[in-house]
Design a protein around this ligand. Structure first.
Ligand code: ATP
Ligand code: MG
Length: 877
């Protein structure tokens, strides 16, 4: 069975059992402060488990793209070395939200594995939670009994809290789980060692494939467990591991999920996979990492130097580095792999193929940058080599950490290079530095969250902000969040006009007003789909009726900017082409910022055209056409631009300003008529990353203010120039005049220099057979001083020349000697200038025949000629 069939059979199996099949959510998480990337199939459904929102269907199944490279689940360092952990993998899952429970879940998983996929029963083991005294939890007898009816009792293993009690995080839904493991060893191996002893023992051929979690409890902040009002099933099966088991392979990498990538890499590298452990690891790393890299970029996360973007950059660098070191890829290569992957995944995750050229561009640029960094890091190591040799042939921990932190060299790479140079690395010292950095970031982000205090249970917030700025509301629940130097409250209301930050639009601010008090709402944020009103204070009477009031002025400016962003997007596609895709946006009360895919600078003419189109649409006063809750297919039919990387439900909201012009899926707040925007003005166009451009613009009164400022400046220039017509001509003329004057000034100075030289020649005085000149002179630049000295050398033989001058307010001395004085009389200009520089509290040097010095004390220049005379007399004796 090939992998596509295996995936399809899973989905069909659960569809036949009344499960709604949904699409994978994007890998990148936007509205959850506790999670950067989706790391398990259940993550997109957190709200349903937390009871924040009812599930759209009681039974759901899907294949979900997961990434385990940061936070609680981090498998990154294993990847490539082992054969069954990936950075990105697909998790097949089926869910019950308050519907079926253990009996159905376990029976179906058994039926699917043994009957549909025909996995031999004598290669499967299952585990059951054994109970935990400290938590006062009994053994999961129910699961045990269900298993006993299907599988031999000695294949049911007891597992402890670590392996068989699943928790979403420090707090939240949790419960016992039951895992299914498969033993893929040969019959010989199986005869020698009982498979049972290898379960959960990190054996590469005895691996967990499926976990069935039974959500029964909620973990509170104080660590206690309370029973959930409804019980849920959450299962997750590793797709790549399942393929390994069904296809009878010993490694995930030997399945048809990875082979196309692996064969491509091996061919390009000119090696054979399976012949050499080192190159095999590198090939596995690259074939794995390209999946994580390509899909996160396709899902909207660009590599960058912080947060989620940095995680991706690190994965990409790890891949480049393995290719560079072990497969001799010295030029960008990963981006080519993205094309192989896109073809392979086209039917399951079309988002990659659809954006392939953009994704490739981003990857290639990152590869180029990192290959340069690698080279610089290698140079840095070379430069410090002597120092390491002195340091007992050891690269100190600080340097190793610097290489890691700024050059992206993981410790093992540094160690590898060190070995080639006959050096060691102070790994303990590296560990200390690493720990310190971790502590720094931990302290910076440490926060403490209280449990929710529930005022009204089971109330789903009604969002009124599309029509209203004011509403009567009640508090449903609240909690306190303490960070290092502040404490704030998160308040959830039953009805609210406040828009929570999302889709680039900032959160609303305003007030909650009751009969007795007024609480300021500082910001509004989303946690998954929960709308949190952030306040510094908690109302004294939490069960009062509040008039919740959005800062209307501010909201109005935001609406204009948001609608203008849509018009801008449409105009860009019209002027630049359909390849323009939104890659990020920010909409606040001051500006709108729009990032989009485009491969070259947007020219001034193009910008003007875009601006004109937007302003035309503004003047056409196009009414808003808003459609809420329409099926996504219908929205696409209307021509809505679906954004990759957004999590959309089955039903979406469509915002159109003229269906032939701008139709977008959007949850933001908008003007009722484009005329409200008033005026649109682009302020800047720039590059954010490879293939991504950014436009900043402003609307309405801000745009007017901006234009007024520009005009004011222009008027000020007119005033200064004293002319009102042809300003640029006047400025050009000024610049030309200036050039001419500069030339004249130069010529004048040169003439002066000549006469200065002539007068100095006259002043030459004979000391012991040399021609001695020492003078304080008037020149305006160091270049002129130098020219004067060299001109003198031409004009006078046997010359000892000392010049002192004040240049730009600072004292300078120059000493010039004829060559024969250096060779025959052993005079040295460097030594002399250093001696003389003492007068001006300075220092300097140069060559034996010519040297200069600078200093701090201008007044000391006076004494230099006399001192020079004394010095020369002494030296010539
Ligand atoms: P393991 O102990 O093997 O790391 P896990 O306990 O972390 O697995 P779960 O969190 O229960 O796994 O995830 C459910 C399923 O997802 C696992 O049974 C496994 O098949 C698969 N899985 C987990 N992590 C990975 C990974 N990094 N790469 C591929 N598949 C994975
Ligand atoms: Mg794990």
């Amino acid at each position: 069975m090939n992998s596509a069939e295996i995936r399809q059979k899973f989905l069909d199996f659960f569809a036949q059992r009344q499960h709604q099949i949904v699409l994978s959510a994007p890998l990148v998480v936007k509205d959850d402060p506790t999670l950067m990337f989706i790391n398990s199939g259940m993550a997109p459904f957190k709200d349903y488990f937390l009871g924040n929102k009812p599930a759209p269907s009681k039974r759901i199944a899907d294949t979900q793209k997961c990434l385990r490279v940061s936070g609680k689940h981090n498998d990154l360092e294993e990847v490539g070395y082992d054969t069954y952990h990936h950075t990105m993998f697909e998790m097949l899952g089926n869910w019950s939200f308050g519907d079926y429970f253990k009996k159905e879940a376990l029976a179906w998983s058994w039926e699917l594995l043994t009957e549909v996929y025909q996995l031999p029963k004598d290669r499967l083991y299952v585990s059951v939670f054994q109970g935990d005294d400290s938590e006062n939890l009994p053994m999961d007898q129910e699961a045990f009994d269900i298993w006993k009816s299907m599988i031999a009792e000695d294949r049911i293993l007891m597992g402890n809290k670590k392996d068989n009690f699943w928790e979403m995080g420090d707090t939240g839904p949790c419960g016992p789980c039951s895992e299914i493991h498969v033993d893929l060893r040969t019959d010989e191996e199986r005869a020698q060692v009982d498979g049972k002893t290898l379960v959960n023992a990190d054996h590469p051929q005895v691996v967990e494939i499926w976990n069935n979690v039974f959500m029964e409890f909620n973990r509170l902040a104080d660590g206690s467990l309370v029973k959930l009002p409804a019980q849920h099933v959450d299962t997750g099966m590793g797709f790549e591991r399942l393929c390994m088991a069904i296809q009878g392979k010993r490694s995930n990498y030997d399945t048809d999920v990875f082979q196309p990538l692996i064969q491509y890499i091996a061919k390009e590298a000119g090696v054979v996979y399976g012949e050499n452990e080192k190159t095999d690891i590198a090939i596995r790393v690259m074939s794995d990492h390209i999946r994580a890299i390509a899909f996160t970029i396709a899902d909207g996360q660009l590599p960058s130097n912080n947060k989620a973007g940095y995680v991706i950059r690190r994965i990409l660098r790890r891949a480049v580095r393995y290719g560079f070191t072990f497969l001799d890829f010295k030029k960008p290569f990963l981006y080519k792999l993205a094309a192989v992957l896109a073809d392979q995944m086209e039917n399951v995750f079309p988002e990659l193929k659809a954006q392939l050229s953009f994704v490739q561009r981003v990857i290639e640029e990152e590869e180029n940058a990192f290959l340069r960094t690698l080279e610089n890091g290698l140079k840095r190591l070379d430069a410090l080599e002597a120092k390491f040799k002195e340091n007992n042939n050891t690269i100190d921990g600080k340097t190793a950490f610097e290489l890691y932190d700024t050059f992206g060299f993981p410790l093992d790479l540094t160690a590898l290079i060190a070995r080639e140079k006959g050096l060691k690395v102070d790994e303990a010292g590296f560990g200390v530095e690493m720990e310190q950095q971790k502590n720094r970031s931990r302290n910076a982000s440490a926060s403490e969250q209280s449990d929710w205090v529930i005022i009204q249970p089971d109330v789903e917030t009604e969002f009124l902000g599309y029509e209203h700025d004011v509403a009567d509301s009640h508090i449903v629940r609240y909690r306190q969040v303490k960070t290092k130097n502040k404490s704030e409250y998160h308040i959830v209301l039953d009805r609210t006009p406040f828009y929570a930050e999302s889709g680039g639009q900032v959160g609303d601010t305003g007030y909650l007003i009751s009969d007795s008090e007024q609480i300021e709402v500082l910001d509004t944020k989303k946690e998954n789909d929960l709308i949190l009103h952030i306040t510094a204070k908690l109302p004294q009477q939490v069960d009062a009726t509040f008039r919740s009031e959005v800062d209307f002025e501010r909201r109005n400016l935001i609406r204009k900017n948001h609608s203008a962003t849509h018009l801008l997007h449409a105009a860009l596609r019209k002027v630049l082409g359909d390849h323009v895709q939104q890659k990020g946006s920010l909409v606040n009360e001051k500006i709108l910022r729009f990032d989009f895919s485009h491969f070259s600078k947007v020219t001034d003419e193009e910008l003007r055209e875009v601006e004109n189109i937007v302003n035309q649409r503004v003047r056409q006063a196009i009414p808003l056409e808003e459609q809420r809750n329409i099926p996504i297919a219908e929205a696409k039919e209307m021509g809505a631009m679906a954004l990759f990387g957004e999590k959309y439900g089955e039903f979406v909201r469509v915002i159109a300003f003229d269906r032939n012009h701008s139709v977008e899926l959007c949850g933001g707040t908008h003007v009722y008529n484009t005329g409200e925007i008033g005026y649109f003005k682009i302020i800047s166009e720039s590059s954010v990353a490879a293939g991504v451009r950014r436009i900043e613009a402003t609307t309405a009164s801000s745009a007017e203010e901006y234009m007024q400022q520009q005009l004011n400046e222009l008027n000020a220039v007119r005033e200064v120039l004293g002319t009102h017509s042809n300003i640029s001509g006047a400025v050009q003329k000024l610049q030309e005049d200036n050039k001419v004057l500069q030339k004249q000034l130069e010529q004048f100075e040169l003439k002066q220099l000549t006469s200065l030289k002539e007068s100095l020649v006259q002043k030459a005085q004979s000391i012991d057979g040399v021609n001695f000149v020492a003078e304080k002179v008037d020149v305006s630049t160091a270049d002129y001083l130098k020219k004067l000295a060299f001109d003198m050398r031409q004009a006078v033989e046997n010359l000892v020349l000392v010049l002192a001058a004040e240049i730009d307010g600072k004292p300078q001395i120059a000493v010039m000697l004829s060559d024969n004085l250096v060779s025959d009389r052993k005079l040295n200009a460097s030594q002399m200038v250093r001696e003389l520089a003492k007068e001006i509290k300075g220092g300097g040097g140069g060559q034996p025949f010519y040297a200069t010095a600078g200093g701090k004390e201008v007044a000391g220049l006076q004494a230099v000629p006399a001192k020079a005379q004394e010095l020369v007399k002494g030296l010539l004796q």
